[in-house]
Design a protein around this ligand. Structure first.
Ligand code: FAD
Length: 467
C-alpha cells in the first residue's frame, strides 16, 4: 500500500473540476482534511453567517468524503497530521486573502520539515493574479481594461468532471462536525437561512441549472430588480468553492451557444459580473491592506461622524428609508442582500450617516452568507469612492428614487418591512409624505437633502486638504 497524501480542503468544498484533488487522487490514497483556523485570519475569521454555511457545506461534503476535521492554526495542524500519518505529500488550492501568502509559506516549510512534497493548485479564480497585467506589467486598477484583458486571454480552461479518489485508511481521530461549533446556539438567528439555501456541491449545481434555465434570459435588463429573482445567487457557492468559476463560465457559454444568439447580451453581462469577482480578488492580492485601508490615500483623513446609535439603526433596518430597511432586514433574515440594495444600503451608511465604510464592511462580514474578503472589501471601497475604479464619492444615491426605479411596485419593500404592507405603491418609498403614515414604522432618521449637503461638504474638506 503506497503512503497516503493529504488533501487540505479550504474554500474548495467540491469534488468536480478540482485540480488539487485530482492531483492528490492520482498520487496515492487520500486523507481529506479540513481545518477551522480562527487564528490566522485574526479579526477576519469567519463571521456568524459564514459559519452557518460552512457547517452545512461540510455536512454535504462529508456525506461522500470521510473528512478529518480539526481546529487550530492550519500550519500547526498540518504538521501534526503529516507526522501522525507519514503522508508523502500535501495538496491544496491557492487562496488570495491577505494573510494567505504567509500561511502558505509556513505550510511549505512544515512539509519540508516532514519530508513531504507540497503542491499548490489554482481553481478558485479563472485567472491567477500574475497572469493579468497591463502594458507596463502592473496590475489593473480599472475594471474595463481588466475585463478586456481577461477576454483577450481566450476561454478559460475546460471544466473537468468529478474526481473519485481512493480514501486512505488511517488512525486519525474523526471528531463529529458538531465539535467545530459552527452553528448558532441561542438564539438561533439562522432559521430564516434554512428555507433559502442548499449549501454544498449539489445545491450549487442546482442553482446554476435553475439560473441558466430561467434567469439568464432576464439578466441584462432584470439584474437590478430586487423584487424579482433574476440573478444567479451563486455567490456563496462560489465563495466556498462548491462550484468553480470555470464550471459557471463553461455552462454559461454552452447555454449561450445553444440559444443561437438570443442569450448573447445576457450571457456577456453575466460573465462580466463573474469577472468583477476576479477583479476584486486581484486587487486584494496586490494590495493586501484593501480590506482595512482606503486605496486612495486622501480618504484616510475623511471626517467621519462616529455614532453608535446610528450604526445600530442601520444594522437593524430602522432608518426610516424603506428600501434601505428592506435590504438590512433581508440580510439579517436570509444572509443575503440583492446587489442593487447592497449599493443603496452601503451608500446610505457612508454618505447619509457619514459612518466609516469599514463599519458596514464588518457588519456584512458577520451577516452575509457570501461574505468574501475580496468582493466585500472591493465593493465597500467602490461605494465609498475610495477604491480602485470606484464610484465617485459625490454620486450619492437617493434612496427614494432608487426604490421607485428598481422596486416600482414596492413588492420588495413589503416583503421585508411588514409595517408598510398596506401603503400604496405611490408612497411606498416615502411613507412619511402620507397624510397618515403607518405608526409602527420610524420616520427618516436623517433628511435626505441635508445628509447630501453634509456628505458633499465632508468630501470637499478632503479635496481641499489634498490641494
Ligand atoms: P450575479 O449577478 O448572479 O453574479 C454572478 C457572480 O458574479 C456572483 O455570484 C459573484 O460571484 C460575482 N459578482 C456579481 N456582482 C459582483 C460585484 N459587484 N463584485 C464582485 N463580484 C460580483 N459579493 C460577494 O460575493 N461577497 C461579498 O461579501 C460581497 N459584498 C458586497 C458588498 C457591497 C457593499 C456590495 C455593493 C456588493 C457586494 N458583493 C459581494 C457583490 C455582489 O453584491 C454579490 O456578488 C451579488 O449580489 C451576488 O448575487 P448573485 O450571485 O445573484 O450575483
Amino acid at each position: 500500500m503506497s503512503a497516503p497524501v493529504i488533501m487540505w480542503f479550504r474554500q474548495d468544498l467540491r469534488l468536480s473540476d478540482h485540480p488539487a484533488l485530482a492531483a492528490a487522487a492520482a498520487a496515492g490514497p487520500v486523507i481529506p482534511l479540513f481545518v477551522l483556523d480562527d487564528e490566522t485570519a485574526g479579526d477576519w475569521r469567519w463571521g456568524g453567517a459564514s459559519r452557518w454555511w460552512l457547517h452545512r457545506s461540510l455536512e454535504s461534503l462529508g456525506a461522500s468524503v470521510p473528512l478529518v476535521l480539526r481546529r487550530g492554526r492550519a500550519d500547526t495542524v498540518l504538521a501534526e497530521v503529516l507526522k501522525a500519518t507519514g503522508a508523502k505529500a500535501l495538496y491544496f488550492t491557492r487562496d488570495y486573502a491577505p494573510w494567505s501568502p504567509a500561511l502558505e509559506q509556513r505550510v511549505k516549510a512544515v512539509c519540508e520539515q516532514a519530508g513531504a512534497e507540497c503542491h499548490r493548485y489554482g481553481g478558485f479564480l479563472l485567472h491567477e493574479p500574475e497572469a493579468i497585467r497591463n502594458g507596463s506589467g502592473a496590475f489593473f486598477k480599472v475594471y474595463t481594461p481588466f475585463s478586456k484583458a481577461c477576454f483577450a486571454k481566450g476561454e478559460p480552461r475546460a471544466a473537468k468532471g468529478p474526481v473519485k479518489p481512493t480514501w486512505a485508511t488511517h488512525t486519525l481521530e474523526r471528531p463529529a462536525l458538531e465539535s467545530l461549533a459552527l452553528l448558532p446556539t441561542r438564539p438561533n438567528w439562522a432559521t430564516g437561512f434554512e428555507p433559502v439555501w442548499r449549501p454544498g456541491e449539489a445545491g450549487a449545481q442546482a442553482r446554476l441549472v435553475r439560473f441558466l434555465d430561467d434567469g439568464l434570459h432576464r439578466y441584462a435588463d432584470g439584474r437590478d430588480r430586487p423584487d424579482q429573482e433574476n440573478t444567479s445567487q451563486l455567490s456563496p457557492h462560489l465563495h466556498w468553492g462548491e462550484i468553480s468559476p470555470h464550471q459557471v463560465w463553461q455552462a454559461t457559454r454552452q447555454a449561450m451557444d445553444s440559444a443561437a444568439g438570443r442569450l448573447d447580451r445576457d450571457g456577456e453581462k453575466f460573465l462580466k459580473e463573474v469577472l468583477w469577482r476576479e477583479f476584486s480578488y486581484h486587487l486584494v492580492h496586490h494590495v493586501p491592506s484593501f480590506p482595512e485601508t482606503p486605496f486612495r490615500p486622501e480618504f484616510a483623513d475623511f471626517p467621519w461622524a462616529m455614532n453608535d446609535g446610528a450604526l445600530k439603526r442601520w444594522q437593524q433596518g430602522q432608518t426610516g428609508y424603506p428600501i434601505v430597511d428592506a435590504g438590512m432586514r433581508e440580510l439579517w433574515t436570509t444572509g443575503i442582500m440583492h446587489n442593487r440594495v447592497r449599493m443603496i444600503a452601503a451608500s446610505f451608511l457612508i454618505k447619509h450617516l457619514l459612518l466609516p465604510w469599514q463599519e458596514g464592511e464588518r457588519w456584512f462580514w458577520d451577516t452575509l452568507v457570501d461574505a468574501d474578503i475580496g468582493n466585500n472589501a472591493a465593493s465597500w471601497q467602490w461605494v465609498a469612492g475610495c477604491g480602485a475604479d470606484a464610484a465617485p464619492y459625490f454620486r450619492i444615491f437617493n434612496p427614494m428614487l432608487q426604490g421607485e426605479k428598481f422596486d416600482p411596485n414596492g413588492e420588495y419593500v413589503k416583503r421585508w418591512v411588514p409595517e408598510l404592507k398596506d401603503v400604496p405603491a405611490a408612497s411606498i418609498h416615502k411613507p412619511w409624505e402620507m397624510t397618515l403614515p403607518p405608526k409602527a414604522y420610524p420616520s427618516p432618521m436623517i433628511d435626505h437633502n441635508k445628509a447630501r449637503e453634509r456628505a458633499l461638504a465632508a468630501f470637499a474638506a478632503i479635496k481641499k486638504d489634498e490641494a
